[in-house]
Design a protein. Structure first.
Length: 357
Protein backbone atom coordinates (compact mmCIF):
# COMPACT_ATOMS: atom_id res chain seq x y z
CA UNK A 1 0.00 0.00 0.00
CA UNK A 2 1.43 3.40 -0.97
CA UNK A 3 2.26 5.97 1.72
CA UNK A 4 -0.63 8.44 2.20
CA UNK A 5 0.08 11.95 0.95
CA UNK A 6 -0.52 13.51 4.36
CA UNK A 7 2.17 11.23 5.81
CA UNK A 8 4.66 12.20 3.09
CA UNK A 9 4.03 15.90 3.79
CA UNK A 10 4.28 15.35 7.54
CA UNK A 11 7.63 13.58 7.14
CA UNK A 12 8.94 16.24 4.74
CA UNK A 13 8.10 19.15 7.05
CA UNK A 14 9.39 17.24 10.07
CA UNK A 15 12.70 16.59 8.29
CA UNK A 16 13.05 20.29 7.51
CA UNK A 17 12.45 21.15 11.18
CA UNK A 18 14.91 18.55 12.48
CA UNK A 19 17.57 19.59 9.94
CA UNK A 20 17.23 23.24 10.90
CA UNK A 21 15.91 24.35 7.53
CA UNK A 22 12.85 25.47 9.47
CA UNK A 23 14.40 26.89 12.68
CA UNK A 24 12.71 27.55 16.02
CA UNK A 25 10.02 30.27 15.81
CA UNK A 26 9.94 29.94 12.00
CA UNK A 27 6.49 30.81 10.59
CA UNK A 28 5.28 27.95 8.42
CA UNK A 29 3.29 28.63 5.24
CA UNK A 30 -0.49 28.50 5.62
CA UNK A 31 -2.49 25.31 4.98
CA UNK A 32 -3.59 26.78 1.65
CA UNK A 33 -0.03 27.69 0.64
CA UNK A 34 1.25 24.24 1.63
CA UNK A 35 -1.58 22.61 -0.31
CA UNK A 36 -0.57 24.57 -3.39
CA UNK A 37 3.12 23.76 -2.91
CA UNK A 38 2.49 20.02 -2.51
CA UNK A 39 -0.36 19.96 -5.06
CA UNK A 40 -2.86 18.48 -2.60
CA UNK A 41 -6.06 19.57 -0.85
CA UNK A 42 -6.03 21.62 2.33
CA UNK A 43 -7.58 18.59 4.05
CA UNK A 44 -4.34 16.70 3.44
CA UNK A 45 -2.06 19.47 4.72
CA UNK A 46 -4.31 20.03 7.73
CA UNK A 47 -3.88 16.39 8.80
CA UNK A 48 -0.10 16.55 8.30
CA UNK A 49 0.13 19.67 10.47
CA UNK A 50 -2.14 18.14 13.10
CA UNK A 51 0.34 15.29 13.59
CA UNK A 52 3.23 17.75 13.91
CA UNK A 53 1.26 19.70 16.53
CA UNK A 54 0.58 16.50 18.45
CA UNK A 55 4.25 15.55 18.39
CA UNK A 56 5.29 18.99 19.58
CA UNK A 57 7.16 20.16 16.49
CA UNK A 58 4.88 23.12 15.81
CA UNK A 59 2.39 25.36 17.59
CA UNK A 60 -0.68 26.89 15.96
CA UNK A 61 -1.59 30.37 17.20
CA UNK A 62 -5.02 31.64 16.22
CA UNK A 63 -4.84 34.72 14.05
CA UNK A 64 -1.05 34.58 13.85
CA UNK A 65 -0.10 31.34 12.12
CA UNK A 66 1.87 28.15 12.72
CA UNK A 67 5.30 28.37 14.35
CA UNK A 68 8.16 25.87 14.71
CA UNK A 69 9.04 24.80 18.25
CA UNK A 70 12.34 23.60 19.59
CA UNK A 71 12.96 20.11 18.21
CA UNK A 72 11.49 17.63 20.71
CA UNK A 73 13.52 14.71 21.99
CA UNK A 74 12.99 11.41 20.14
CA UNK A 75 11.19 9.99 23.16
CA UNK A 76 8.43 12.57 22.75
CA UNK A 77 7.62 11.52 19.20
CA UNK A 78 4.49 9.45 18.68
CA UNK A 79 3.36 7.01 16.06
CA UNK A 80 0.93 8.27 13.45
CA UNK A 81 -2.52 7.51 14.74
CA UNK A 82 -5.15 5.79 12.60
CA UNK A 83 -7.93 7.83 11.08
CA UNK A 84 -11.06 8.48 13.10
CA UNK A 85 -14.06 7.97 10.81
CA UNK A 86 -17.69 8.75 11.52
CA UNK A 87 -20.42 6.53 10.05
CA UNK A 88 -24.07 7.65 9.98
CA UNK A 89 -26.74 5.18 8.89
CA UNK A 90 -30.39 6.13 8.56
CA UNK A 91 -31.57 2.71 9.72
CA UNK A 92 -30.47 -0.91 10.00
CA UNK A 93 -33.19 -3.41 9.11
CA UNK A 94 -33.41 -7.09 8.26
CA UNK A 95 -33.68 -6.26 4.56
CA UNK A 96 -31.03 -3.54 4.29
CA UNK A 97 -28.15 -2.25 6.38
CA UNK A 98 -26.58 -5.23 8.13
CA UNK A 99 -24.29 -6.25 5.26
CA UNK A 100 -23.53 -2.59 4.57
CA UNK A 101 -22.41 -1.94 8.14
CA UNK A 102 -20.33 -5.14 8.26
CA UNK A 103 -18.59 -4.13 5.05
CA UNK A 104 -17.90 -0.58 6.25
CA UNK A 105 -16.54 -1.81 9.58
CA UNK A 106 -14.29 -4.49 8.08
CA UNK A 107 -12.84 -2.10 5.49
CA UNK A 108 -12.31 0.67 8.05
CA UNK A 109 -10.68 -1.64 10.59
CA UNK A 110 -7.58 -1.91 8.41
CA UNK A 111 -6.49 1.66 9.16
CA UNK A 112 -9.16 3.59 11.05
CA UNK A 113 -11.32 3.73 14.14
CA UNK A 114 -15.08 4.00 13.64
CA UNK A 115 -17.71 6.03 15.48
CA UNK A 116 -21.22 4.84 14.53
CA UNK A 117 -24.41 6.90 14.68
CA UNK A 118 -27.96 5.83 13.72
CA UNK A 119 -30.42 8.57 12.73
CA UNK A 120 -33.57 6.38 12.71
CA UNK A 121 -34.81 8.31 9.65
CA UNK A 122 -35.18 11.50 11.71
CA UNK A 123 -33.76 14.80 10.49
CA UNK A 124 -33.03 16.10 13.98
CA UNK A 125 -31.11 12.94 14.93
CA UNK A 126 -29.15 13.02 11.69
CA UNK A 127 -28.21 16.66 12.33
CA UNK A 128 -27.15 15.80 15.89
CA UNK A 129 -25.08 12.87 14.62
CA UNK A 130 -23.18 15.15 12.23
CA UNK A 131 -22.52 17.72 14.95
CA UNK A 132 -21.43 15.04 17.43
CA UNK A 133 -18.95 13.61 14.94
CA UNK A 134 -17.50 17.01 14.09
CA UNK A 135 -17.14 17.73 17.81
CA UNK A 136 -15.33 14.39 18.15
CA UNK A 137 -12.92 15.65 15.46
CA UNK A 138 -13.38 12.79 13.05
CA UNK A 139 -11.26 12.93 9.91
CA UNK A 140 -14.12 12.06 7.57
CA UNK A 141 -17.69 10.73 7.40
CA UNK A 142 -19.52 8.00 5.49
CA UNK A 143 -23.28 8.59 5.55
CA UNK A 144 -26.42 6.82 4.38
CA UNK A 145 -28.84 9.78 4.63
CA UNK A 146 -32.42 9.51 5.78
CA UNK A 147 -35.20 9.24 3.21
CA UNK A 148 -36.30 12.66 1.96
CA UNK A 149 -36.13 15.08 -0.92
CA UNK A 150 -33.73 17.44 0.87
CA UNK A 151 -30.29 16.64 2.22
CA UNK A 152 -29.73 17.64 5.84
CA UNK A 153 -28.36 21.20 6.05
CA UNK A 154 -25.42 20.06 8.18
CA UNK A 155 -24.39 17.58 5.51
CA UNK A 156 -24.68 20.29 2.86
CA UNK A 157 -22.54 22.59 4.99
CA UNK A 158 -19.82 19.93 5.24
CA UNK A 159 -19.94 19.30 1.51
CA UNK A 160 -19.63 23.01 0.73
CA UNK A 161 -16.69 23.37 3.13
CA UNK A 162 -14.84 20.51 1.37
CA UNK A 163 -14.93 18.27 4.44
CA UNK A 164 -14.21 14.62 3.48
CA UNK A 165 -17.64 13.02 3.26
CA UNK A 166 -18.98 10.18 1.12
CA UNK A 167 -22.72 9.66 0.66
CA UNK A 168 -24.32 6.28 0.10
CA UNK A 169 -27.42 5.94 -2.10
CA UNK A 170 -27.62 9.62 -2.95
CA UNK A 171 -25.54 12.68 -3.78
CA UNK A 172 -25.72 16.46 -3.96
CA UNK A 173 -25.61 16.83 -7.73
CA UNK A 174 -24.90 20.55 -7.85
CA UNK A 175 -21.79 20.02 -5.70
CA UNK A 176 -20.76 16.77 -7.42
CA UNK A 177 -20.58 15.31 -3.94
CA UNK A 178 -18.52 12.09 -3.66
CA UNK A 179 -20.97 9.19 -3.56
CA UNK A 180 -21.48 5.47 -3.98
CA UNK A 181 -24.96 4.52 -5.19
CA UNK A 182 -26.80 1.55 -6.62
CA UNK A 183 -27.33 1.71 -10.38
CA UNK A 184 -31.09 2.13 -10.07
CA UNK A 185 -31.63 2.48 -13.81
CA UNK A 186 -30.13 -0.92 -14.61
CA UNK A 187 -31.96 -2.44 -11.63
CA UNK A 188 -35.35 -1.15 -12.82
CA UNK A 189 -34.67 -2.36 -16.36
CA UNK A 190 -33.82 -5.84 -15.02
CA UNK A 191 -37.06 -6.05 -13.00
CA UNK A 192 -39.30 -4.86 -15.85
CA UNK A 193 -37.61 -7.13 -18.37
CA UNK A 194 -38.28 -10.04 -16.01
CA UNK A 195 -42.00 -9.23 -15.95
CA UNK A 196 -42.20 -8.87 -19.72
CA UNK A 197 -40.26 -12.08 -20.34
CA UNK A 198 -42.87 -13.90 -18.25
CA UNK A 199 -45.73 -12.52 -20.33
CA UNK A 200 -47.02 -9.75 -18.08
CA UNK A 201 -48.66 -6.88 -19.94
CA UNK A 202 -50.53 -4.98 -17.21
CA UNK A 203 -47.84 -3.84 -14.79
CA UNK A 204 -48.30 -1.55 -11.80
CA UNK A 205 -45.64 0.51 -10.05
CA UNK A 206 -46.26 1.24 -6.38
CA UNK A 207 -44.29 3.72 -4.30
CA UNK A 208 -44.56 6.14 -1.41
CA UNK A 209 -45.11 9.85 -1.78
CA UNK A 210 -42.30 11.23 -3.90
CA UNK A 211 -40.32 12.96 -1.18
CA UNK A 212 -37.47 10.55 -1.74
CA UNK A 213 -34.90 11.17 -4.46
CA UNK A 214 -34.07 7.45 -4.70
CA UNK A 215 -37.73 6.67 -5.45
CA UNK A 216 -37.74 9.54 -7.95
CA UNK A 217 -34.70 8.10 -9.70
CA UNK A 218 -36.29 4.65 -9.87
CA UNK A 219 -39.53 6.08 -11.27
CA UNK A 220 -37.59 8.05 -13.88
CA UNK A 221 -35.95 4.78 -14.91
CA UNK A 222 -39.40 3.26 -15.46
CA UNK A 223 -40.24 6.13 -17.81
CA UNK A 224 -36.91 5.79 -19.61
CA UNK A 225 -37.48 2.07 -20.02
CA UNK A 226 -40.72 2.84 -21.84
CA UNK A 227 -38.93 5.26 -24.18
CA UNK A 228 -36.11 2.81 -24.88
CA UNK A 229 -38.28 -0.26 -25.48
CA UNK A 230 -41.47 1.28 -26.86
CA UNK A 231 -43.41 -0.51 -24.12
CA UNK A 232 -45.69 2.02 -22.51
CA UNK A 233 -46.98 1.68 -18.97
CA UNK A 234 -50.38 3.18 -18.23
CA UNK A 235 -50.06 5.48 -15.24
CA UNK A 236 -53.61 4.68 -14.20
CA UNK A 237 -52.17 1.42 -12.86
CA UNK A 238 -49.56 3.25 -10.74
CA UNK A 239 -50.21 3.81 -7.04
CA UNK A 240 -48.21 6.78 -5.84
CA UNK A 241 -49.69 8.05 -2.59
CA UNK A 242 -48.66 5.39 -0.11
CA UNK A 243 -47.53 7.04 3.10
CA UNK A 244 -44.86 4.57 4.20
CA UNK A 245 -41.28 5.82 4.52
CA UNK A 246 -39.98 3.14 6.90
CA UNK A 247 -40.66 -0.42 8.05
CA UNK A 248 -44.08 0.35 9.57
CA UNK A 249 -47.16 -0.89 7.69
CA UNK A 250 -50.32 1.20 8.06
CA UNK A 251 -53.86 -0.10 7.68
CA UNK A 252 -54.58 2.95 5.53
CA UNK A 253 -51.96 1.89 2.98
CA UNK A 254 -53.24 -1.69 2.94
CA UNK A 255 -56.74 -0.38 2.21
CA UNK A 256 -55.45 1.80 -0.64
CA UNK A 257 -53.75 -1.17 -2.28
CA UNK A 258 -56.85 -3.35 -1.85
CA UNK A 259 -59.06 -0.73 -3.48
CA UNK A 260 -56.54 -0.30 -6.31
CA UNK A 261 -56.35 -4.02 -7.06
CA UNK A 262 -60.15 -4.35 -6.94
CA UNK A 263 -60.50 -1.40 -9.30
CA UNK A 264 -57.95 -2.83 -11.74
CA UNK A 265 -58.18 -6.63 -11.49
CA UNK A 266 -56.29 -6.91 -14.79
CA UNK A 267 -53.02 -6.04 -13.00
CA UNK A 268 -50.87 -9.16 -12.93
CA UNK A 269 -47.50 -7.73 -11.90
CA UNK A 270 -46.39 -5.06 -9.46
CA UNK A 271 -42.99 -3.44 -9.04
CA UNK A 272 -42.70 -2.20 -5.45
CA UNK A 273 -40.02 0.45 -5.07
CA UNK A 274 -39.14 -0.76 -1.57
CA UNK A 275 -39.53 -3.82 0.63
CA UNK A 276 -42.15 -2.39 2.99
CA UNK A 277 -44.46 -1.66 0.07
CA UNK A 278 -44.07 -5.27 -1.09
CA UNK A 279 -45.36 -6.42 2.28
CA UNK A 280 -48.28 -4.01 2.09
CA UNK A 281 -49.19 -5.48 -1.31
CA UNK A 282 -48.90 -9.03 0.04
CA UNK A 283 -51.31 -8.31 2.91
CA UNK A 284 -53.78 -6.48 0.67
CA UNK A 285 -53.71 -9.18 -2.00
CA UNK A 286 -54.31 -11.96 0.52
CA UNK A 287 -57.32 -10.11 1.92
CA UNK A 288 -59.03 -10.00 -1.49
CA UNK A 289 -58.11 -13.52 -2.54
CA UNK A 290 -55.25 -12.76 -4.94
CA UNK A 291 -52.47 -15.36 -4.79
CA UNK A 292 -48.91 -14.05 -4.79
CA UNK A 293 -46.76 -16.01 -7.21
CA UNK A 294 -49.86 -17.58 -8.80
CA UNK A 295 -52.03 -14.80 -10.24
CA UNK A 296 -50.05 -11.78 -9.03
CA UNK A 297 -46.30 -11.23 -9.36
CA UNK A 298 -44.33 -8.87 -7.12
CA UNK A 299 -40.75 -7.66 -7.44
CA UNK A 300 -39.32 -5.28 -4.85
CA UNK A 301 -36.02 -3.74 -3.82
CA UNK A 302 -34.18 -5.70 -1.11
CA UNK A 303 -35.44 -8.51 1.09
CA UNK A 304 -34.24 -10.17 4.30
CA UNK A 305 -31.41 -12.65 3.82
CA UNK A 306 -32.53 -16.28 3.63
CA UNK A 307 -29.83 -18.78 4.48
CA UNK A 308 -31.85 -21.81 3.41
CA UNK A 309 -34.67 -22.10 0.90
CA UNK A 310 -36.16 -19.49 -1.41
CA UNK A 311 -36.83 -15.83 -0.48
CA UNK A 312 -40.45 -14.78 -0.09
CA UNK A 313 -40.06 -12.02 -2.68
CA UNK A 314 -38.31 -11.89 -6.01
CA UNK A 315 -36.21 -8.82 -5.43
CA UNK A 316 -33.46 -6.51 -6.58
CA UNK A 317 -30.61 -7.16 -4.17
CA UNK A 318 -28.34 -4.17 -3.74
CA UNK A 319 -24.68 -5.09 -3.33
CA UNK A 320 -24.27 -3.74 0.20
CA UNK A 321 -20.86 -5.33 0.64
CA UNK A 322 -19.37 -3.64 -2.41
CA UNK A 323 -21.16 -0.34 -1.70
CA UNK A 324 -19.73 -0.21 1.83
CA UNK A 325 -16.23 -1.19 0.72
CA UNK A 326 -16.18 1.34 -2.13
CA UNK A 327 -17.50 4.13 0.11
CA UNK A 328 -14.71 3.62 2.66
CA UNK A 329 -12.00 3.29 0.02
CA UNK A 330 -13.23 6.50 -1.63
CA UNK A 331 -13.13 8.31 1.72
CA UNK A 332 -9.54 7.16 2.29
CA UNK A 333 -8.64 8.46 -1.17
CA UNK A 334 -10.23 11.83 -0.35
CA UNK A 335 -8.25 12.02 2.88
CA UNK A 336 -5.00 11.12 1.15
CA UNK A 337 -5.58 13.34 -1.87
CA UNK A 338 -5.51 10.48 -4.36
CA UNK A 339 -9.16 10.34 -5.47
CA UNK A 340 -9.49 10.45 -9.25
CA UNK A 341 -13.09 9.27 -9.61
CA UNK A 342 -15.56 10.49 -6.98
CA UNK A 343 -18.90 8.99 -8.01
CA UNK A 344 -19.56 5.28 -8.32
CA UNK A 345 -22.59 3.26 -9.43
CA UNK A 346 -22.78 -0.32 -8.21
CA UNK A 347 -24.74 -3.02 -10.04
CA UNK A 348 -27.55 -4.82 -8.25
CA UNK A 349 -28.77 -8.39 -8.84
CA UNK A 350 -32.21 -9.93 -9.40
CA UNK A 351 -32.87 -12.73 -6.91
CA UNK A 352 -35.71 -15.12 -7.74
CA UNK A 353 -38.21 -15.64 -4.96
CA UNK A 354 -41.69 -17.08 -4.46
CA UNK A 355 -43.55 -13.92 -5.47
CA UNK A 356 -43.32 -14.19 -9.27
CA UNK A 357 -44.68 -16.54 -11.91
Amino acid sequence: MSTPLYEKIYKDIKQKIVSGEYPKKFLLPSEKALAKAYNVSTITTKRALAILVEEGYITRKKGRGTFVNEVPTPASSTEIKPYSIGVILSEITAHYGIELLNSIESTLSKKANMILKISHEKDILEEKAVNDLIEAQVDGIVVLPRVGDLVNKELVHLAVSDFPIVMIDRTIQVLQQPSVVTDNTTAIYTALQHFIAHGHETISIMFSQLNDNVAQERLQAVTQFGFDTGIQFSKKYFLSDLSTSGPTISDKDVQKVKEHLLKYPEITAILALNYTIANIIRIAAEQIGRKIGKDLSIICFDSPFVQYGIPEFTHIKQNETLVGKQAVELLFQLLEGTAKEKNFKIDAQLIEGLSTY
